[in-house]
Design a protein. Structure first.
Length: 74
């Protein structure tokens, strides 16, 4: 694993460390990684909700068109 350097002011670092402690993280790195994972999950849920909405409202394309588009990518 390689190191990632994030440039923050001392005040910003203190805030990050405080937020991490309040949420039970031992290290700010763990807290920041958890934020990234939460963001990824939120995006996945948003995409799923959009797909369900499109399916329920009939905003769809035939499966054959989808397969054609996927085959064109190969």
């Amino acid at each position: 694993m390689s190191d990632l350097v994030i440039h923050v002011t001392n005040e910003q670092r203190q805030r990050i460390e405080e937020f991490a402690r309040r949420r039970g993280y031992k290290a700010p790195d763990d807290y920041l990684l958890a934020l990234v994972e939460a963001d990824e999950k939120a995006q996945l849920l948003s995409d799923l909700r959009q797909g369900i909405h499109e399916a329920m409202t009939g905003d769809t394309i035939p499966a054959s068109k989808l397969l054609e588009a996927l085959n064109e990518l190969d």
